[in-house]
Design a binder for this molecule. Structure first.
Ligand code: ADE
Ligand code: ZN
Length: 324
């Protein structure tokens, strides 16, 4: 079955580009930018990647991305991911980036997005992998800062498919960003947001995301299972849930495979993705394999997960159909 999974045309919908920063590239960028890292080797750095919660992961994630300074740094980061994606037969990816994690330490928005955009264009031309960008706001900062970032993005609107919301969800519910999301929608952006697995008030956060904010998709979202009405809403609207089993394992101690199985059986458009693969040691292929090992999925079920993903992409119908 691993050969079948390797050969399957794939679609990645939940991937933080900063979470693809592998230790080798981190060392290269640190040297390029004259920065010292608190590790002597790639092995030592990897050994420090031990997380048991979202906050414990986020500390390492934000610390790691400080090596990203210039346009070529962001280009190299995205190009490295897209090469990996091509090798795993990923045909299309929607890629999150966290502008505030860079502008907040003095790297201009323009530098970040130009580097990423150039890589996307080169990857499409040279590797045959199509990709779009999704700009995420950091939910543990104030909504005014998110709004300022939204306004800063407007000159680059044509390069951004939509907006997302990530970082620490504890005490930072969707409604905190209602105004920002309303403006993003008015500007033509599509909307998604993280509703992380097993957060406090998980079902209420999902309800707010769907009913009050009107998101087009939910990142993670397995906890809709706590409320039959949410399952119905998501199913009726054909909304996608972008799950990531290996990430779930790191953050909650469980892949949530049984929950994903239930969602598949209920006819919810569940998809399998890699979240932060350099930190969680698994790109989309490894996530599919992990889920298969837990659930003994057959070929039709595995292909169905990828069909779900292509179906809920933010591509025009004509392009969507070309993948289905
Ligand atoms: N930012 C980067 N990775 C994240 C994750 N897995 N959850 C929330 N915010 C994130
Ligand atoms: Zn995520």
């Amino acid at each position: 079955m691993e050969d079948f999974i390797a050969g399957l045309p794939k679609c990645e919908l939940h991937l933080h580009i900063e979470g693809t920063l592998e230790p080798e590239l981190k060392f290269e960028l640190a040297a390029r930018n004259g920065l010292e890292l608190p590790y002597r080797s790639v092995e030592e750095m990897r050994a420090a990647y031990s997380f048991d919660s979202l906050p414990s992961f986020l500390t390492v994630y934000y610390e790691g991305m400080r090596v990203l300074r210039t346009e070529p740094d962001f280009y190299d980061l995205a190009m490295a991911y897209l090469r990996k994606a091509a090798a795993q037969n990923v045909r299309y990816a929607e890629i999150f980036f966290d502008p505030q994690a860079h502008t907040g330490r003095g790297v201009p928005f323009d530098v970040v997005i130009r580097g990423l955009r150039r890589a996307l264009l080169d990857a499409e031309a040279r590797l045959g992998v199509r990709a779009q960008l999704i700009m995420c706001f950091l939910r543990d900062f104030q909504p005014e800062y998110a709004m300022a970032t939204l306004l800063e993005s407007l000159p680059y609107k044509e390069w951004i498919a939509g907006v997302g919301l990530d970082s620490d969800e504890q005490g930072n519910p969707p409604l905190k960003f209602a105004e920002v999301y309303a403006r993003a929608r008015a500007e033509g952006y599509l909307l998604t947001m993280h509703c992380d697995v097993d957060q406090d008030d998980a079902a209420e956060h999902i309800r707010q995301a769907i009913e009050d904010i009107g998101v087009d998709r939910i990142d993670h979202g397995v906890n809709i299972l706590e409320d039959q009405r949410l399952v119905e809403l998501v199913r009726e609207r054909g909304m996608g849930l972008t799950c990531s089993p290996i990430s779930n394992g790191y953050v909650t101690g469980s892949l949530k495979a049984e929950g994903i199985r239930k969602l598949m059986d209920l006819g919810v458009r569940v998809t399998v993705n890699s979240d932060d693969p350099a930190y969680f040691a698994g790109y989309v292929q490894e996530n599919l394999i992990a889920l298969h090992e837990a659930l003994q999925l057959n070929e039709e079920e595995l292909a169905g997960l990828e069909r779900n993903a292509f179906e809920v992409t933010w591509l025009p119908r004509r392009l969507k159909d070309s993948y289905l």
